[in-house]
Design a protein around this ligand. Structure first.
Ligand SMILES: Nc1ncnc2c1ncn2[C@@H]1O[C@H](COP(=O)(O)OP(=O)(O)OP(=O)(O)O)[C@@H](O)[C@H]1O
Length: 759
């Protein structure tokens, strides 16, 4: 199995930069919009295709008017004032379209202050269409010839005042952002994903979405976008793995996000009031959150806070995940916008250091199911063949007529047993073939992974990966040997020693990884050969067995009457039918098992989230009680509702069930919530006992609280009324043993969850 394409980043016209393994830096482009007639003068120039300079001196101040204050920035690409839409698209996005067609995720987003040209680049107009139109056009052009293999769908949303709206279905109201417990798999619940096959339809949808966007005039921009707009296009490519029957499919799925961010703005410049001012505050807040993420990511922070705004949550994958990302920063050349331009360049410069790790999304879906289907089809073919034989009038031999009833019955029995036995052997061999195919598929995928690692390394070292194993392997060894010789000769200038050492470490690490990849690829190839040989051996055996079966059938007319022969053939048809039904049931069971497993995992996840909520509530409540903290009435009311809710559930169904929320006191007595607990249930060993003021000895010591730590644990304290308010007393509860949802169950849930990631 070979990689179908070398990732586009190795293409010469794409200035994206490769890092270790599949990691690559986010590509940063800067576009300068043309100076407008009413703008006095320039303070920003593109020096060449990669460098930009911003004059930092105040020209009106003669004493400080020195060019040495000018600040220069370098980016992957700089588009000057005269750059065309076509040029910007070609350099930044056309290769992403290729990546998406090959099953990668990619994002291009426009960033910059209000009026700097983001919407012009991303959307454009009918005479100068922007990136969105061009990318959609290219995608449809690419899939036009193979519409049966590709499916394209799109969604378009806007984030306005921290609320998500579906631009393709604006009447659906505000939509919720959902993510799994680890903040992965972010999805917008209820967002329409429209499948389409025609370019016209997709353009109409895009137009419809753009019209629905919130755009208002401000003093800085007559058509200012007051929202962030996210267009997502998903391309699914189903490739049949078998040429004849298209039963085994490999699905590659790529997704392209095209994002037109709202522009940062200054209230005094936009002269916004009321609603506009409020919009501006939301826009700035989300962009600030984005800026913080960029800062953290560029500084290599281990923890990056994406949770501050919906924008950063939506962009999380693009900034750090499985995605190829291009940022197009926009600046105005006008001296009146100098501060905004400088800030934008600073952020763009930081974004230069961000890296993402794009991996191809390839799935061999329903492979096993289609394997079953293949065998079922073979059995059905056999049934038709047998039925045809039953309808044929075949000449009988004279011996048949001479046989008495007993002899004939024995003969029928003997033949029937032989034929059934042959059939059983055939089925065994078919199942063996299925197992071998599954194993070969796994090996093939692993080989593809190693090929990708190698091709990344080769492209980073400017070598064309030809996928010719021996040639490439020899070249790798050669270049490693050469580098070793160079380093032994001490071919390093003193000044560059440290830099050289770091570079050397990096290279050594890369070379070790690449040698490992070659090693593994070698092992995989040997394993593939072994299993392929076994496969052809089994296939031969199956063929021999099939022929033996046919030969036995051919013997029938020489020994049996037409009726006897028909009886045996009918029996064989029945045996084949039964086997085909069995196979169909097994494949259905497989699908059902898969579904059930997914559902179980969802339930486990939900269960775990609920338990964590319980833990938080219990601990917070304990802290409140211990610290004798005054509660605001609304919070006290909420606690009351919570207790009522739990006890109502407990009384309506006395059978303990994981579906009911146990009282917090019960939960608290579970060992998992005891810091440094021994794992024993209650003090008397009889099971969990609720914490109350009476048995507070059971409760582990908690840290001394002060107001600050309360804020940290519970978030900002809403209000602190004069008199301290105690929590409502816990209502009496029937003996309810906590279901086995605690330590072991939770651990299991967590480990199952990990397993689930592999599904
Ligand atoms: N490269 C360009 N060539 C010609 N006109 C441009 C270019 N860039 C921007 N403009 C014009 O400048 C004006 C402002 O541009 P645009 O609306 O794209 O800015 P924006 O960054 O999206 O602003 P906002 O954040 O307020 O939405 C528009 O009239 C647009 O046509």
């Amino acid at each position: 199995m070979t990689p179908e394409t070398t990732p586009s980043s190795s293409g010469s016209d794409n200035p994206k930069r490769q890092l270790k393994g599949a990691e690559e830096r986010l590509m940063v482009a800067v576009r300068i919009r043309p100076l407008k007639n009413d703008e006095p003068q320039r303070c920003l120039f593109a020096i060449n295709k990669k460098n930009i300079v911003i004059e930092d001196s105040d020209r009106s101040d003669v004493l400080r008017q020195r060019r040495s204050y000018d600040k220069q920035y370098s980016f992957d690409v700089v588009f000057g004032e005269n750059s065309t839409q076509e040029e910007v698209y070609k350099v930044t996005t056309s290769s992403l379209v290729q990546d998406v067609l090959n099953g990668y995720n990619a994002t291009v987003f426009a960033y910059g202050p209000t009026g700097a040209g983001k919407t012009h680049t991303m959307v454009g107009d009918s005479s100068q269409p922007g990136i969105m139109v061009r990318a959609l056009n290219d995608i449809f052009e690419a899939v036009k010839e193979k519409q049966d293999q590709y499916s394209v769908s799109m969604s378009y949303l806007e984030l306005y005042n921290e609320q998500i709206r579906d631009l393709l279905n604006p009447s659906s109201g505000y939509l919720e952002l959902r993510e799994d417990s680890r903040g992965r798999n972010i999805q917008v619940a209820g967002l329409q994903e429209i499948s389409t096959t025609s370019t016209d339809e997709v353009m109409q949808l895009l137009q419809k979405g753009n019209k629905a966007r919130t755009i208002e005039p401000t003093a800085m921009n007559k058509t200012s976008s007051r929202s962030h707009a996210l267009l997502s296009v998903t391309v699914k490519h189903s490739v049949p793995l078998d040429k004849k029957e298209h039963l085994r499919m490999r699905i590659k799925q790529g997704r392209l996000f095209m994002i037109d961010l709202a522009g940062s703005e200054r209230a005094n410049k936009t002269k916004n009031r009321g609603k506009r001012l409020q919009e501006g505050a939301h826009i700035n807040r989300s962009l600030l959150a984005l800026g913080n993420c960029i800062n953290a990511l560029s500084g290599g922070a281990r923890y990056v806070n994406y949770r501050d705004s919906k924008l950063t949550r939506l962009l999380k994958e693009a900034l750090s995940g499985n995605c190829r990302t291009v940022m197009i920063a926009h600046v105005s050349p006008s001296v009146t916008q100098k501060d905004e331009s400088r800030n934008t360049l600073i952020y763009a410069d930081r974004a230069n250091n961000i890296s993402t790790k794009a991996e191809r999304n390839v799935l061999d879906v329903s492979y096993h199911v289609t394997q079953y289907q293949t065998v079922i089809n073979e059995l059905r073919d056999e049934i038709s063949r047998l039925q045809q034989k039953m309808n044929e009038e075949r000449p009988r031999s004279a011996d048949v007529r001479r046989m008495n009833a007993e002899e004939r019955s024995n003969e029928v029995k003997k033949l029937r047993e032989q034929i059934v036995e042959t059939f059983k052997t055939q089925m065994k061999l078919r199942r063996k073939l299925m197992e071998i195919d599954s194993h070969l598929l796994g090996l093939g995928m692993e080989a593809e992974r190693q090929h990708l690692i190698i091709s990344h390394w080769e492209s980073r070292n400017n070598k064309l990966y030809k996928n010719s194993v021996n040639e490439s392997r020899a070249r790798t060894q050669q270049s490693i040997r050469r580098r070793k010789l160079v380093s032994v000769d001490g071919f390093r200038s003193a000044g560059n020693e440290q830099e050289g050492e770091e570079e050397g470490d990096f290279e050594v690490e890369g070379e070790t990884a690449i040698q490992q990849a070659w090693g593994e690829l070698g092992d995989i190839e040997r394993e593939q050969e072994r299993w392929s040989e076994l496969r052809s051996h089994i296939e031969q055996k199956l063929e021999v067995c099939r022929q033996r079966g046919v030969a036995l059938e051919d013997k029938l007319p020489s020994l049996l009457s037409s009726d006897d022969e028909r009886e045996i053939l009918a029996l064989m048809c029945r045996v084949h039918e039964l086997e085909a039904d069995k196979m169909a049931l097994q494949s259905e069971r497989l699908v059902r098992q898969h579904e059930l497993r997914r559902r179980d995992l969802l339930i486990l996840r939900y269960d775990r989230q609920r338990q964590l909520c319980e833990e938080i509530i219990t601990r917070q409540r304990q802290l409140i009680e211990e610290g004798k903290i005054k509660l605001p009435p609304d919070l006290q009311e909420l606690y009351q509702f919570y207790q009522q809710e739990i006890h109502a559930a407990t009384y309506t169904d006395l059978t303990p069930s994981t579906e009911k929320l146990p009282p917090i006191s019960k939960i608290y007595s579970d060992p998992i919530f005891r810091r440094g607990g021994t794992g024993e249930s209650g003090s008397d060993g009889s099971g969990p006992s609720p914490p109350s003021s009476a048995d507070s000895d059971d409760i582990p010591a908690l840290p001394t609280l002060n107001d600050e730590s309360i804020d940290r644990v519970m978030g900002q304290v809403v209000s602190r009324p004069g008199a301290p308010m105690r929590l409502p007393p816990l209502p009496p509860s029937p003996t309810l043993r906590l279901p086995r949802t605690s330590t072991s169950h939770m651990r299991r849930a967590i480990s199952e969850d990990r397993i689930g990631e592999g599904i």
